[in-house]
Design a protein around this ligand. Sequence first.
Ligand code: C2E
Ligand code: CA
Ligand code: CA
Ligand code: CA
Length: 279
Amino acid sequence: AKESSGGNYCFYESGMDFKSLDSIRLESDLNKALQNDEFVIFYQPQVDLQNKEIVGVEALLRWNHPTRGMISPLEFIPIAEETGLIVPIGEWVLKNACKQIKEWHDKGFPRVYLSVNIAAQQFNQKTLSSLIQQTLHETGLSSEFLVLELTENAIIQETASTLCIMKKLKELGIRIAIDDFGTGYSSLGYLKNFPIDILKIDQTFVQDIVQDKNNAAITNTIISLAQNLNLNVIAEGVETHEQINFLLSNGCSFMQGYYFSPPVCKEEVENLFLSSKKI
Ligand code: C2E
Ligand code: CA
Ligand code: CA
Ligand code: CA
């Protein structure tokens, strides 16, 4: 049977896969969610503690379901991936988030960059770089303000075509981040072959860096690795002052987490910009 993150999404019985009625409904609802305009993009600030400012925002998708209310991406992204709907949904996120960032720049808000999650299936579409190029062109957002967050699992599949796609993306001038770094099933070899700019330390390592010696060691190793390879490094899931002190004293000043702000709607981002001296 298939693993599920939502709990009761699939269950196993007498050697066959059955989808729960609930997940079938969710799947057919997901089909209509785009055309019914039910998706909302939230944004979570990424801060640079050195200058104490918001430097970027990560776009995080929310589904405002007509009867169930807000549904977490942990619940519907796996369904979107399984059904292929992640491709049009991902395209929608990219276009709308780029448009929003450009609007903020034009309004005189801080010139933050946008970080967008790209699913494995989207990445392996041969058309990804032309989609990005077209989106930047249509929205007027300059490529220096776009970061794509890829997971290790998305990029290890086909090494030759991955390198080719990445080179095309780099030619556009965007940056590439490895999301959840260290949690995927891949060797470190890709770091020297692929044009990667940023490592994101997964929140499971950051969560208890102060108490857990192993997580502290892993986090420090990722920070040094990034420094030695000349990459930027950002810690996610930062919730406490102790974590901030630890990260700063070990050379990581880019952070993202509830300590600064949870993902918020666009109006809330504007409030954060206006009061960003608080950080
Ligand atoms: P992710 O890309 O690793 O995003 C980080 C997740 O950690 C987000 O959950 C965020 O709300 C949460 N988070 C941020 N700071 C903290 C913190 O301090 N503590 C804790 N405990 N959590 C924190 P979210 O928004 O529920 O998204 C879950 C996952 O869904 C994302 O994980 C990403 O894999 C996926 N996802 C979300 N939006 C998109 C999208 O537009 N496209 C794709 N392909 N995947 C997406
Ligand atoms: Ca991410
Ligand atoms: Ca992550
Ligand atoms: Ca994650």
